[in-house]
Design a binder for this molecule. Structure first.
Ligand code: IMP
Length: 429
């Protein structure tokens, strides 16, 4: 196998950062293909903590190349901030190791303003977005009024396009949302900096990745968010604006489906969700609080407390089917240590009927009653386990049952935040 797609099987925040970091050691390229700086990875490398939102984590390893492909939406301010932070910490972030798609769309200040104004107004019905302008940027892309990174090469035409895209939004922001509006002169002053500093990184990333595929170089495609946040397959409208499913690599990067050689789905040993929307196995009790505390379940991007609940096999099996998952990478198993019993939802009951899918309509999804299997828990510290045999029998039984119910074998199990705190069960690359 010379390439692998990594996806989140639940609602995001499954711990992709650490797994990508481990697998990057053997990869040549790490490629982001959708989403934007709504995603966030916290990584601990050589005792140093890094929080990355846009730059692929591969960049933390000397000799690896990070690619931000065309399906990603880029906030230039955030990108520059990350480049600066990494550079200040001694990393080499040059155009040789960080390649940005010239076709990626730009998140403009008016996208952020609109995202935040809408969320402010929606009250109870709010989606709970990250407020980073992701949705409005993808909207403009679909409306054919978006600005792309390649537009930075010609600032006169950039200004013209920005003014055209802004006109309607300024009206909305001023008169409908009564919010502050960004100013075109300020935007253009910022754009001059973006041009000077970011244009050197721009390239046709599709061709670059294609060449790497032809040369059989090892490529890790790093998905953001999780399958339940997919705009087509998640709990619409409580979703993000891109497609976190594995197939999205084909459009986000620009490659043929047959080129995908493997899919690894990240599964947290329990469930979490940030933002609003249906969450059948949510626990609003002491067990949920335990998971939040033990698992430090607070958003990397927004700091919001995450909603916590039992593992939902309906959700994970959906991801396995949708993405053609070869293996599950189970994360944060150690967080469950201390719980006397562990539950896994096997299906739901809705209006007296047994169902094994999440209904399309939110009002139905919210009424689904999870039906659980209960398994004995474990109490010991498992963070030193490096092979399955090191785990208590009850933890192994929980993992086996998870794999059986979700329909995919285990590829690795993470028992702590450090790279070493991992049970590798499959050789990738
Ligand atoms: P947006 O992507 O900022 O528009 O937010 C839409 C929904 O997706 C909200 O519920 C967010 O909390 C959620 N979301 C977006 N990115 C992430 C992520 O990386 N992890 C978890 N949830 C996310």
């Amino acid at each position: 196998m010379s390439n692998l797609v990594i996806v989140g099987a639940q609602w995001g925040d499954e711990g992709k950062g650490k797994v990508v970091d481990i697998l990057t050691q053997k990869a040549d390229l790490v490629v982001r293909f959708q989403g934007g700086n709504n995603a966030g990875h916290t990584l601990v490398v050589d005792g140093q903590k890094y929080a990355l939102h846009l730059v692929p984590s591969g960049i933390l390893h000397p000799g690896k190349i990070g690619v931000v492909a065309g399906g990603v939406v880029i906030d230039p301010e955030v990108l520059l901030e990350e480049i600066d932070t990494l550079t200040a910490r001694g990393l080499k972030v040059t155009p040789e190791v960080l390649l940005i798609s010239e076709k990626a769309h730009v998140i403009m200040p008016y996208h952020r303003a609109l995202d935040q104004a809408r969320e402010g107004l929606k009250g109870e019905g709010r989606i709970g977005t990250t407020g980073r302008g992701i949705g409005p940027a993808y909207e403009d892309k679909a409306s054919r009024i978006g600005l792309r990174m390649c537009d930075l090469r010609d600032l006169d035409s950039f200004r013209e396009k920005a003014e055209a895209a802004m006109a309607e939004k300024m009206h909305l922001l001023t008169h409908f949302y009564k919010a502050d509006t960004p100013n075109i002169d300020q935007i253009m002053a910022a754009a001059a900096v973006w041009q000077e500093r970011l244009v050197p990184y721009l390239t046709d990333t599709r061709m670059f990745v294609q060449k790497a595929l032809d040369e059989d170089r090892r490529i890790l495609f790093e998905g953001a968010q999780g399958i339940q946040l997919d705009i087509d397959h998640g709990s619409y409208p409580f979703v993000t604006s891109s497609n976190p499913v594995a197939g999205s690599v084909t459009t986000g990067v620009g490659l043929a489906p047959q080129k995908i050689q493997g899919v690894l789905a990240l599964v947290k040993a329990y469930s979490t969700r940030v933002g609003s929307g249906p969450f059948p196995t949510e626990l609003s009790d002491a067990t949920g609080d335990f998971m939040r505390k033990q698992g430090a379940e607070f958003g990397t991007t927004t700091g919001r407390p995450r909603r916590c609940g039992w593992l939902d096999a309906v959700v994970v099996k959906t991801a396995v089917d949708l993405c053609g998952v070869d293996h599950l990478a189970v994360t944060k198993l150690d967080v469950l240590s201390g719980l006397g019993e562990l539950k896994i939802a096997t299906h739901y009951m809705l209006d007296g009927e047994k169902i094994d899918f999440i209904p399309a309509e939110v009002k139905d999804a919210e009424r689904c009653q999870p039906v659980y299997e209960t398994w004995p828990g474990f109490f010991s510290d498992i963070s030193k386990a490096r092979k399955l045999e090191d785990l208590p029998d009850t933890a192994r039984r929980y993992l086996d049952r998870m794999s059986e119910l979700c329909g995919a074998p285990l590829g690795l199990v993470s028992v702590g935040p450090d790279r070493e705190q991992t049970i590798m069960l499959h050789e990738y690359f």
